[in-house]
Design a protein around this ligand. Structure first.
Ligand code: FO1
Length: 342
C-alpha cells in the first residue's frame, strides 16, 4: 500500500510515527506487503539564517522518525548543546530568540553546503535522511524558496511584516496577523516527486497539522469575511483533487482547541472559525471541487458529523489524541480503515 501524507512539523511527525508503526506491524506487512510511506512536507517555515538554510518542518519529521528529536521541546535534537549559537550571539548574528543547537546546526551546515553544490532541496533532503532508516520518504512540498511571512496588525510597535518563525517564536502570535504571505509562491513548482506521490498513491492523508501554515501552505486554505487566504504551492492541490486514491484528512482541532501550536490565531487571521467542522468544510468535499473524500474528527466533535456529511464528505469520529506510540498507531489504523470505506 502506497501511503502519501501531507504534513507540517510537530503534529505531522507524531502522526507519521503512528503510520510507520502500523506499516511495520506483522499483521499489516502480511496484509499489505511492500507498503511505503511518503511525506510531503511544508517548506513555508524555512528560512535563510546567518547564511544557513533552516527547514523546521522537514527537520522535525526527520528527527522524529530517526528518534533523535527532543520530545520535550517538540523540535530540535535530543542531547543538544548550544556552544556555537552562543558564539554567534556574541558576534550579534542570527536570531537570539531562535535557538540553533550544535547538532541542529550540523544539519543546516550540511544542507546549505549541498544546496551550494547545486543539489535541489529534495535531493538534499534525501541525502540527509539516508543517514537513518526512517521508514518513510520525505519530499519538500517545493524545491523553491517559498517562505511564509506574516503581515502584522499595525499599532504594536512591530515591523509591518515578519517571517513566520519570528511571529511564532519571538512574538508567540501575540501580535495579531493581518494576513499570511507566501513569498515566492507564484513562481514555485511542486517539489520533485510530489505530484507523482499523490497521483500514484493508494491513500492520501492530510495529517493533523496546522490547516493554515502547514497544510494550507501546501494545498491552500480559503479566507472568509473578506480576509485573504493562503494559495498553497501551485499544482499540488490539483494533484490531490485528481488522484484516484481516497483522500482523507485528520482534524488538527478537537472541541475548537488546536492539538498543538497556534492554529486558532492562524485561522482568525483568515477570518475562519477554529473547529473541526469548519476546517473540514473549508478543505471541502472532492465531490464539490474540494480536497477531501473523508474527514476524521475526534469523538468529542461527533455532533458535527451530519453537517459534514451534508456537503458530500464522508465523516467519522475516532479518538484523535496521540498521547503515546500506541494511540498514534491506532489513529493511523483508524485513518486507513476510514479511507478504505470512504
Ligand atoms: N521553536 C521555539 O519555540 N523556539 C525556538 O527557539 C525554536 C528554534 C528552532 C530551531 C530550528 C528548528 O527547526 C525549529 C525551531 N523551533 C523553535 C520550532 C519551530 O518554530 C517549529 O518547529 C515550527 O516552525 C512550527 O511548526
Amino acid at each position: 500500500m502506497r501511503i502519501t501524507m501531507l504534513a507540517g512539523g510537530v503534529g505531522g511527525a507524531k502522526f507519521a510515527k503512528g503510520v510507520r508503526a502500523l506499516l511495520r506491524s506483522p499483521q499489516f506487512q502480511r496484509d499489505h506487503p511492500d507498503s511505503a510511506l511518503t511525506i510531503v512536507t511544508n517548506v513555508g517555515d524555512d528560512m535563510w539564517l546567518s547564511g544557513l538554510k533552516v527547514c523546521p518542518d522537514l527537520d522535525s519529521i526527520m528527527y522524529a522518525l530517526a528518534d533523535v528529536n527532543d520530545t520535550t521541546r517538540g523540535w530540535g535534537r535530543q542531547d543538544e548543546s548550544e556552544r556555537v549559537s552562543a558564539e554567534m550571539g556574541a558576534y550579534g548574528v542570527g536570531w537570539p530568540w531562535f535557538t540553533l543547537g550544535d547538532l541542529d546546526l550540523g544539519t543546516h551546515i550540511a544542507r546549505t553546503g549541498l544546496l551550494r553544490d547545486g543539489l535541489t532541496l529534495s535531493a538534499v533532503t534525501a541525502q540527509l535522511c539516508s543517514r537513518w532508516e526512517l521508514g518513510a520518504r520525505l519530499l519538500p512540498s517545493s524545491d523553491d524558496d517559498v517562505e511564509t511571512w506574516v503581515e502584522l496588525e499595525p499599532g504594536y510597535d512591530e515591523p509591518e511584516a515578519v517571517h513566520f518563525e519570528e511571529w511564532w517564536v519571538r512574538l508567540r502570535a501575540r501580535v495579531p496577523a493581518r494576513r499570511f504571505i507566501q513569498r515566492g509562491v507564484d513562481s514555485a513548482q511542486p517539489g520533485a516527486g510530489v505530484v507523482e506521490a499523490i497521483a500514484d498513491a493508494d491513500v492520501v492523508i492530510l495529517a493533523p497539522s496546522n490547516p493554515v501554515v502547514s497544510v494550507g501552505t501546501i494545498l491552500g486554505y480559503p479566507g472568509a469575511g473578506g480576509r485573504a487566504g493562503v494559495p498553497g504551492i501551485p499544482g499540488v492541490a490539483e494533484a490531490v483533487r485528481e488522484t484516484p486514491a481516497p483522500v482523507v484528512g485528520v482534524s488538527p482541532i478537537i472541541e475548537s482547541n488546536p492539538l498543538r501550536g497556534m492554529a486558532r490565531q492562524c485561522l482568525e487571521a483568515l477570518g475562519q472559525e477554529c473547529s473541526a467542522e469548519a476546517v473540514g468544510l473549508a478543505y471541502g468535499s472532492r465531490r464539490s471541487g474540494g480536497l477531501l473524500d473523508g474527514w476524521l474528527v475526534d469523538d468529542a466533535d461527533a455532533a458535527a458529523l451530519p453537517s459534514l456529511r451534508q456537503t458530500g464528505l464522508s465523516a467519522r469520529s475516532a479518538p484523535l489524541w496521540m498521547t503515546d506510540a500506541e494511540t498514534s498507531r491506532q489513529l493511523a489504523a483508524d485513518t486507513l480503515d476510514f479511507a478504505a470505506h470512504c
